[in-house]
Design a protein around this ligand. Structure first.
Ligand SMILES: [Zn+2]
Length: 368
């Protein structure tokens, strides 16, 4: 499909192969397609859901793949909570090659870096991003440098080192790592990866798969938010399926964050712009004080008549324990936050979900 890169802040347009990761104004870029140029295979709807299936809806010619996507969508019967009159489905993203949804984004980002002729990529990470990028860079024969907080998750840092990436330990939180990675990329000829427009495109396949696997539009999708890229990506995927005519309505999207780091939720509830919050959550995968895709995330909630909830770290921990005990699904804290958000709202107001179909995404499992 034809596309251009457009700044979401000032509207400046860039050539599709400019290799830019931000607008000159500092704004986030968006891949704007010309949907009249979309060509889907005749039997597209019948094809088994897989990340590869959605290639015509990505901004690359070919994916760099480690077998990502096509994760199970499982109906939850019991998670230590009586589920009455509601169909709850869990999208198990921990089945991906590096155990998180990040692999979908990495397959597109690394493919784009390769198309543009880069041999070195870098990213800022709280752990899972770095792990995924390191694996995909290795697959493509590229050098990979990961910027991570010195106080980050020790196990994840060790895994990234073992995956063959160069590590730069930063004194500060995720947003400090982000500035460091972007400066590094500007100084050298390095393609900066992470929560930018190409990754968001790759992560759309979570949204496409939910629709294709369910065979209908769910009423709610609960998504945990760190940088809110997955939330923005799912919204874009659903919007594209609606444009193409595959679905007629959008599900309500619900963002979930930890009470110990909830800049997006505060902005949504107070109807104001996003302000930085110092992350204090143990759920490191969503410990982001100022979400890169925060504005797009809020937009996704508003445009779908969605909602937002902050849950305590204790309730996220409880949820991940119940998930392991009752369904045999292992998840790290950040990975279970979306489900924790659903259980909290459901516990307060079961009637709201009477006869409804709800999807929660189990995003990652890299803390063991
Ligand atoms: Zn701009």
């Amino acid at each position: 499909m034809d596309y251009r890169l457009v700044c979401t802040s000032c509207g400046e347009k860039y050539d599709r192969d400019s290799g830019r990761f931000r607008c000159s104004c500092g704004g986030i870029l968006e891949v704007k397609y010309d949907y009249s140029t979309l060509r889907l295979p005749k039997r597209f709807r019948e094809e088994t859901p897989s990340h590869q299936k959605y290639l015509p809806l990505f901004p690359v010619k070919k994916l760099v793949s480690l077998g990502e996507g096509g994760s199970d969508l499982i109906k939850a019967k019991s998670i230590g909570w009586p589920l009455k009159n509601v169909d709850l489905f869990l999208k198990i993203e921990t089945e991906n090659p590096t155990r998180t949804f990040k692999d979908r984004g990495s397959s597109v980002e690394i493919a784009k870096a390769k198309e543009l002729g880069f041999g070195h990529v870098c990213c800022a990470s709280t752990g899972n991003m770095g792990l995924s990028l390191a694996a995909y860079a290795k697959r493509a024969g590229m050098e990979c440098t990961v910027f991570i907080s010195r106080s980050g998750n020790r196990k994840k840092i060790e895994k990234i080192r073992k995956a063959g990436a160069k590590l730069v330990l930063v004194n500060g939180d995720f947003n400090k790592c982000l500035s460091a990675a972007e400066q590094f990329a500007r100084r050298r000829n390095v393609f900066v990866c992470g929560d930018y427009h190409y990754r968001k495109e790759g992560q759309k396949s979570v949204g496409f798969e939910i629709i294709d696997q369910l065979g209908r539009v769910p009423d709610y999708i609960f998504v945990q938010a760190g940088n809110a890229t997955l939330l923005a990506a799912i919204f874009k995927a659903l919007d594209e399926y609606k444009r193409i005519g595959f679905i007629k309505r959008l599900p309500r999207l619900v963002a979930v964050q930890s009470m110990q780091c909830d800049p997006l939720i505060r902005a949504f509830k107070k109807k104001r712009e996003i302000k930085y919050v110092a992350p204090e959550t143990e759920a490191d995968a969503i410990a982001v004080g100022f979400p890169t895709f925060g504005f797009e995330g809020l937009n996704a909630l508003r445009k779908t008549g969605g909602d937002a909830i902050a849950v305590h770290d204790r309730s996220i921990l409880w949820t991940s324990q119940k998930l392991a005990k009752h369904m045999g699904i292992k998840s790290e804290l950040g990975g279970a936050a979306g489900l924790a958000g659903f259980l909290e709202i459901y516990g307060d107001d079961m009637k709201r979900f009477d006869g409804k179909t709800v999807v929660a995404i189990i995003t990652g499992n890299n803390e063991d």
